[in-house]
Design a protein around this ligand. Structure first.
Ligand code: SF4
Ligand SMILES: [Zn+2]
Length: 154
């Protein structure tokens, strides 16, 4: 620590935002739009089937293994709702994109941005893994060549 450090602005500790309440709100709206369109319910009301599915999703979110660092559920690789429910959930989330955009544009845009950020992180991770694998392959080839050369010398 230098003498000048006391005059520099202090670094703020990294803050992890809890986006779960907002995600839940977005899901509720998406379910409302879907149910109204497909099951004929009034306004944002949900039919028993959609209510049950949403309740499962909410419970699972409360117990999410990622905690508040979780990705959004429709981009998650674990998809912990069970096979049938996950399929239904994905159908609801993907088919309500346009409806959400017209009825709740800010929510829809924020959700889209969150999806894009998860996709970007996944893409970057895959890229890094591929680079690592290539590097490993290159090293192995070089090692083999060096071994071959030293055996020829003998
Ligand atoms: S689907 Fe993924 S992000 Fe969503 S609650 Fe389950 S584990 Fe967590
Ligand atoms: Zn419904």
């Amino acid at each position: 620590m230098s003498i000048f450090d006391r005059f520099l602005p202090k670094k703020k500790p990294l803050e992890i935002k809890n986006n779960i309440p907002k995600e839940k709100e977005t899901m509720k709206k998406a379910f409302g739009i879907y149910c109204h369109k497909n099951h004929g319910t009034k306004d944002d009301k949900l039919c028993p089937k959609c209510t049950a599915l949403l309740a499962t999703v909410m419970t699972k979110m409360n117990r999410c293994p990622y905690g508040i660092t979780k990705p959004i559920c429709d981009r998650c690789e674990i998809q912990c709702f069970g096979e049938k429910q996950t399929k239904e959930f994905m159908k609801i989330m993907s088919s309500t994109g346009t409806g959400m955009f017209f009825r709740h544009p800010i929510m829809a845009i924020k959700h889209k941005m969150a999806s894009m950020s998860v996709d970007y992180s996944k893409h970057e991770m895959e890229k890094k893994q591929q680079e690592k694998a290539k590097h490993k392959e290159k090293l192995a080839k070089e090692k083999a060549k060096a071994k071959e050369a030293s055996e020829k010398k003998k």
